[in-house]
Design a protein around this ligand. Structure first.
Ligand code: ADP
Length: 294
């Protein structure tokens, strides 16, 4: 199983003519309330890829419906608890050209306590993977305790913050970053320099660097693997990274070799960019198989 310590957000999506200006009151022509958060998206991608997933997180009592949504996706939510604090949420303005502007509030995602973390890890089996992003509290503890228990640890430092540089790196078996995160962590822009940095500074970790429509580079101990992206017509790249991570980790945790796990992840994320939205754009494993068979 994969145990994902991850955010659960309520995305409030407003269609607007232009981004609201200082002092302006702007009417929105359409509104949607959707399940979001990198954590929840990655759990959904893992589950749709066929993995057993345990999500660990917190939401406000009034948003318990989102927990039900995750349960309907076959995600084990025994360790998703409800609190009085506002749920993590995002106020998202979308303009006709598809640009967005986002205000994010961490809320309940930042109330994951030592106890919650300990309790969830106590239920882990030795073959389990632990996954986390940078949207919940207690990440240090998740990494340290998971490693102490001998579990495999995957980390996606998104959204990137300065604090990522000070996390206990040695606990991480698999680091998954996009170009921006790779540049910020390494201080380099050139891919070969980024690779050299990770090989030098993170020798214990395998590193996946996703490169948008340029595909992905994986750094393994003894080799570098480059896989190109599939050519598709991109409609909305939201959740491309989350889909990639869920599909890759699902295959990898199930002992697939790196190349075939990368191929599946590239196929799944290519399909995700052909559809609008976040969670609703994550394909099922049947859709991914059909796409790969073409
Ligand atoms: P993030 O969404 O985290 O910024 P990327 O943009 O690197 O991550 O995208 C993750 C993966 O999604 C890429 O490695 C690639 O396989 C796939 N992908 C992203 N954009 C496209 C695209 N325009 N066409 C095909 N595949 C894409």
């Amino acid at each position: 199983a994969v145990i994902n310590f991850g955010s659960i957000n309520v995305d409030h999506v407003y269609q607007v003519d232009h981004f609201v200006q200082p002092g302006e009151t702007l009417a929105s022509s359409d509104y949607q309330r959707l399940l979001g958060g990198k954590g929840a998206n990655q759990s959904i991608a893992l589950a749709r890829a066929g993995s057993e997933v345990w999500h660990v997180g917190k939401v406000n009592e009034a948003d318990a419906t989102f927990k039900q949504t995750l349960i309907r996706e076959n995600i084990n939510c025994k360790h998703v608890s409800c609190t009085e604090t506002a749920s993590g949420h995002a106020i998202i303005q979308v303009t006709p050209s598809g640009e967005n502007a986002i205000v994010l509030f961490g809320g309940a995602n930042h109330e994951l306590t030592s106890k919650d973390i300990m309790y969830a890890l106590d239920a882990a089996k030795s073959s389990d993977w632990v996954l986390t992003q940078n949207e919940t509290s207690g990440i240090d503890q998740v990494l340290l305790q998971a490693k102490e228990k001998g579990l495999k640890v995957a980390f996606n430092p998104a959204p990137m913050t300065e604090s990522v540089k000070h996390l206990p790196h040695h606990c991480i078996d698999l680091l998954i970053v996009n170009e921006v995160e790779a540049e910020e962590i390494s201080g380099h822009e050139n891919l070969d320099k980024i690779e050299a940095y990770f090989r030098q500074e993170w020798p214990h970790a395998e590193v996946l660097i996703t490169l948008g429509k340029a595909g992905v580079r994986m750094l393994k101990k003894d080799k570098t693997i480059d896989v190109p992206a599939f050519e598709v017509t991109a409609v909305d790249t939201t959740a491309a990274g989350d889909t990639f991570i869920g599909y890759f980790l699902s295959a990898y945790a199930d002992h697939s070799d790196s190349k075939s796990a990368l191929l599946k992840a590239c196929a799944a994320s290519a399909l995700a960019v052909t559809k609008a939205g976040a969670a609703q754009s994550i394909p099922t494993k049947e859709e991914v198989s059909r796409f790969l068979a073409k």
